[in-house]
Structures are given as structure tokens and as C-alpha cells.
Design a protein around this ligand. Structure first.
Ligand SMILES: Cc1cc2nc3c(=O)[nH]c(=O)nc-3n(C[C@H](O)[C@H](O)[C@H](O)COP(=O)(O)OP(=O)(O)OC[C@H]3O[C@@H](n4cnc5c(N)ncnc54)[C@H](O)[C@@H]3O)c2cc1C
Length: 384
């Protein structure tokens, strides 16, 4: 068992830490108050190749394996979640279906622009009537000559405000459940696609979700990704990778808020001494560090399984469940250590607390991760 990290990946994470600490962290108040990510930060991220993390080098991306991507996501998780969400969604669910299942023509047409950040990707699976039970989706695609005509609604779609391309899941067959679902590439300016204003959210300032309405939206059959009826299985494979990405982001965020709490505990004095001297505060800090480390190992193990081409559905679900629930507990304790100040918008911890909440919901709720784990255990036994 080798836990060492290749030097080129360490170099990448070091320069990323420098970038996020000096350029992004320093502007968290601006992001919070304007509810937008400064364009120069997104341009700098594009220059660093961050939009092409998962796109093969032949199409202009960095083509990183999952473990290296997890290292990058961990670094990104430390900084403002709105910034991280745009990049994480693009590199994860926003581009993976075309990378894994797209045709050569689709890859040549879209991947270079997605890798450079010229086009931002989004993933449209969820509907008002189909959330956790995504296989029950109703957005319909009917064949007309050489085209498909899409009708229906998606909601809560991240990056909708800036995306140039959506991976859209639609029902093309009569079979119930996942079997009748296909995936399509739909460009932003495709006639018949109407994108709503952002749907207001609790956190993730600067990253927005919106509703997509497909009104006789005609797309060429060349825009179907993979074979007809394979869309749902592509979505599930994509979500497994996305879940590992979210786990790594949570590990980075949990580490960052623990550092903030540690620094506060060392300097804030009550009863004539730094609060870090009180054993109850020490217990919080120790639990935060130990639980984060456990989540980190699970996230990297799931990433490693993916790189080995081994089954990773169960471990990806475990990593997401544990890392997101851990982050929720860690950020709660970090805020508690800050006392009343932690509740004030003048300190960073307040937005981390709000931003943490979504991680237990999107890309499969904690309850759904438990379902995935248990179903896999029942099918394959406790030890594979
Ligand atoms: C900020 C944000 C960004 C998002 N981005 C995207 C995106 O980019 N693309 C996209 O397609 N979707 C996106 N989503 C949607 C997200 O993935 C869904 O909200 C999520 O999967 C849950 O679906 P739901 O909201 O319909 O909740 P529901 O499915 O209605 O769930 C409600 C509750 O019931 C529980 N529940 C449901 N079924 C079961 C069961 N079988 N057993 C036990 N409990 C169950 C759930 O765990 C949950 O606690 C986003 C959502 C948000 C809030």
C-alpha cells in the first residue's frame, strides 16, 4: 500500500493552493455581496487548465486520473464554494457524459472548448417530479425525421446561467424506469430552450441554479450521446465520479474550517486563557481532525478504485455519505468554537456553514447513498 503522491500532482496542488489562497479567499466578501464570481478569477482558473481536469489531453484537457482530480478538488474545496461549484460541476457531471460516452465527432466538436473554459458544461437530470427517483423523469423526446423534439422541464440545474452546453436526459422509449432514457447535447442558444432566472438559494453565492423549459426544442440526432436508451446508465456512471469529487471537496472544506477554528481557539481568550486550553474545545478540534482524516481516506480509496477500473459504486456512495455528513458536523463545531462571532456575516465561517448544507442533498441525498450501499451489499455481499 503506497500513500505517496507523485511530485507532479503535488506541484499542481501547491500552485492551486497559492492561487486560491491569494486570489479567491481574499475576495470572499465580494463574492458574497455581489452573488457572482469575478470574471478574472474564472479566466485565471481557465489559464490554469482547471476546466479541463477530466478531459483527455488529445482534446486539450489535463486528462487527470480520478486520484489526481480528487487532490485538485480537495484544494478547491478549501476556498469559496460558489467558485468551486462552477468548476466542480463543469468538470464532474457537466462534461463526463460526453467524455465517457460521446462519439468522436461530438468530442472533437465540444471537448476543446469545454477544456479551455470557453464553453461551460451543465448536467440536466432533475425535474420537479423526479429528484431522488431520477429514473421516473418525464421530459419527452420524440423522433421527427432526423431530429428529436424535446418537451418538458428540468429544475435546480447548476451553471445554467453561464453554461453553453447542457447534457439533458429525456425519455425516448416507452419502457418504464431507466431503460427508456437517452442523453442529448443541447446548446444554450438552441431554439425552444428557455432558461429561467436563477432560483434563489441558501448558499453557494456566485453559483446559480435555474429551471430549463424545453418547448418543442429540436435537436439533431447527431446530438444524442451514446446509443438510444443508454442515457440513464451514463448518468449513473457520471454520478459515481461526481460523488467522489464532492467527497474530496468536502474534505478540503472540512480541513479549512478546522484551521479557521484552530486559529480562533488559539487567540480568543476567556477566563484568562485561550479557549484552546479548555478540554471541551480540544475534544471538538480532535474530533474534527480525526473524522476529516477518515473521510479523506475513503474519498481517495473510491478515487483509486475508479482509476483501477474496479467496481466503485458502493465506495463512491460511502465516500459521499461519510464526507458530506462529516463536513456538516465539522463546520457546525467550527462555528461553535467561534461563539457569537461565528454567526456574524463578518467572518468566513458563516458562509461555509450555509454552503455545507447542500452537499448532503445534491448528486444523491444521504438517504439515497445509503440505499445504493445497501442494495450493493445485498447483491454482492459484505466483502466483494
Ligand atoms: C443547489 C442545487 C444544485 C443542484 N444541481 C443540480 C444539477 O446540476 N443537475 C441536476 O440534475 N440536479 C441538480 N440538483 C438537484 C438535486 O440533485 C436534487 O435536489 C436531489 O437529488 C434530491 O432530489 P429532490 O430535491 O427532488 O428531493 P426528493 O427526491 O423529493 O427527496 C426528499 C427527501 O426524501 C428522501 N427520499 C427520497 N426517496 C427516498 C427513498 N427511496 N428512501 C429514503 N428516503 C428517500 C430524500 O433523501 C430527501 O430527504 C441540484 C439541487 C440543488 C438544491
Amino acid at each position: 500500500m503506497d500513500f505517496s503522491v507523485p511530485s507532479e500532482w503535488l506541484e499542481l496542488t501547491r500552485s492551486l493552493r497559492e492561487f486560491t489562497a491569494s486570489r479567491v479567499d481574499s475576495r470572499w466578501q465580494e463574492i458574497e455581496s455581489t452573488d457572482s464570481i469575478p470574471t478574472d478569477l474564472l479566466a485565471a482558473a481557465a489559464d490554469m487548465g482547471l476546466f479541463g481536469l477530466s478531459i483527455p489531453t488529445e482534446f486539450g484537457g489535463l486528462g487527470l486520473p480520478m486520484v489526481a482530480r480528487a487532490l485538485v478538488y480537495e484544494e478547491l474545496g478549501r476556498t469559496h464554494a460558489g467558485f468551486t461549484s462552477i468548476i466542480g460541476t463543469h468538470c464532474g457531471i457537466g462534461t463526463t457524459v460526453i467524455v465517457t460516452s460521446g462519439s468522436q465527432e461530438q468530442k472533437e466538436k465540444y471537448l476543446p472548448a469545454l477544456a479551455s473554459g470557453e464553453i461551460i458544461g451543465a448536467f440536466a437530470l432533475t425535474e420537479p417530479g423526479a429528484g431522488s427517483d431520477a429514473a421516473s423523469l418525464r421530459l419527452r423526446a420524440r423522433r421527427e425525421g432526423n431530429d428529436w423534439v424535446l418537451d418538458g422541464t428540468k429544475h435546480y440545474i447548476t451553471n445554467s446561467r453561464i453554461a453553453g452546453m447542457f447534457t439533458v436526459f429525456a425519455r425516448t422509449g416507452e419502457e418504464p424506469g431507466g431503460k427508456g432514457i437517452s442523453a442529448f447535447l443541447v446548446e444554450r442558444d438552441n431554439p425552444g430552450l428557455v432558461i429561467s432566472n436563477p432560483q434563489p438559494t441558501m448558499g453557494l453565492r456566485g453559483s446559480h441554479v435555474a429551471e430549463l423549459s424545453f418547448q418543442s426544442c429540436r435537436v439533431s440526432s447527431a446530438n444524442m450521446i451514446g446509443a438510444e436508451g443508454t442515457g440513464y446508465s451514463s448518468a449513473l456512471k457520471t454520478l459515481a465520479q461526481g460523488r467522489v469529487g464532492i467527497s474530496a471537496r468536502c474534505v478540503g472544506a472540512a480541513t479549512k474550517v478546522t484551521e479557521l477554528a484552530l486559529a480562533h481557539a488559539a487567540t480568543r481568550e476567556q477566563f484568562g486563557q485561550p479557549i484552546a486550553e479548555f478540554q471541551m474545545m480540544q475534544a471538538y478540534l480532535a474530533e474534527m481532525a480525526a473524522e476529516t482524516e477518515a473521510a479523506r481516506h475513503l474519498a481517495y480509496y473510491a478515487a483509486w478504485l475508479i482509476d483501477q477500473g474496479r467496481p466503485a459504486k458502493r465506495e463512491a456512495a460511502m465516500a459521499k455519505l461519510i464526507a458530506t455528513e462529516t463536513y456538516g458536523r465539522v463546520v457546525d463545531k467550527a462555528l461553535q468554537i467561534h461563539g457569537g462571532m461565528g454567526y456574524m456575516r463578518e467572518v468566513e465561517i458563516e458562509h461555509y456553514y450555509r454552503d455545507a448544507r447542500i452537499t448532503r442533498i445534491y448528486e444523491g441525498t444521504s438517504e439515497i447513498q445509503k440505499l445504493v450501499i445497501a442494495r450493493d451489499m445485498i447483491k454482492n455481499g459484505m466483502i466483494r
